[in-house]
Write a protein that binds this ligand. Structure first.
Ligand SMILES: C[S@@+](CC[C@H](N)C(=O)[O-])C[C@H]1O[C@@H](n2cnc3c(N)ncnc32)[C@H](O)[C@@H]1O
Length: 248
């Protein structure tokens, strides 16, 4: 209940009582959707289109990804093609991209997702959601959920403790979106990515200042140093956008 209490107090402080009541109502509706989710068959190993239909539509109220459909579809197709055995995500939130990654990664993959409870750009997730997220894993996959700050060396140590030999095949960065935050994530975790492995950046488009998102600035620096490409539906969309670098 510590997470719930912290978020409630923060909401009262920053937004007031009415938004708190709305959040409480949503919280209980999510618990209901969570119970229904426990009976849904997962689209493990299905084509990316079917996986996205599940995550955006069938279970969208509970786990809807914070993504543009065409962009994450392009990424899901790439992941399916590359058959990653080790996937690390920073920024679990509602679990949308985690579900997609589990469904399209190798059936024996190790998947690790890190999120800071109360973190910026999303706020993390309450503990009970881990029960939902554990269902994302295919029967022979191992899934590790670290509710921790990606910027702490102790988190890096915990990740290394469960990381299989050979390194990371796919690193998906969607946590702290400030310039310093995304830079630190890249500098701390990309040395663990194997040669030929991929680092994916979310939110590479220029965002309005109130979003406090500067991934675009760091992306422009990093993309020049590696083989890189982008999945952006519309260059003028003003948010989202996916960038990929392949490490040499
Ligand atoms: C935009 S959301 C992730 C959305 C998710 N990948 C999706 O599309 O389904 C960003 C998440 O990053 C988390 N976050 C922010 N700073 C973090 C940090 N330093 N360490 C770990 N997670 C962090 C937030 O708590 C939030 O839940």
């Amino acid at each position: 209940m510590f997470y719930e209490l912290t978020i409630a107090l923060r909401t009262i402080r920053q937004e007031g009582f009415k938004p708190l009541l709305e959040k409480i109502s949503l919280y209980f509706r999510q618990l209901g959707w969570g119970l229904q989710f426990l009976n849904l068959p997962l689209p493990h190993g299905k084509p990316p289109e079917e996986v996205l239909h599940f995550c955006f539509d069938t279970a969208g109220d509970l786990i809807g990804p914070s993504q543009i459909h065409s962009e994450i579809l392009a990424l899901a197709r790439l992941v399916k093609e590359r058959k990653p055995k080790v996937v690390v995500e920073i920024g679990t939130a509602k679990g949308g991209t985690l579900c997609i990654l589990c469904c399209v990664a190798e059936p024996t993959a190790t998947v690790i997702s890190i999120d800071l409870p109360g973190g910026v750009h999303g706020g993390g997730y309450p503990r009970w959601r881990s029960i939902i997220y554990r269902r994302f894993a295919q029967p022979k996959q191992s899934l590790h959920l670290l509710r921790l700050d990606s910027h702490l060396t102790s988190t890096l140590d915990q990740l290394k403790a469960v990381l299989p030999a050979g390194g990371i095949d796919l690193l998906f960065l969607d946590g702290d979106h400030t310039y310093a935050g995304v830079k630190q994530d890249f500098e701390m975790y990309s040395p663990l990515v194997r040669r030929g492995g991929l680092v994916v950046f979310h939110d590479i488009c220029v965002h309005p200042p109130e979003y406090n998102c500067q991934v675009d600035e760091y992306w422009q620096e990093v993309r020049k140093q590696y083989k890189s490409w982008e999945y952006v539906e519309n260059p003028k969309q003003g948010m989202y956008g996916i960038g990929v670098v392949e490490l040499a």
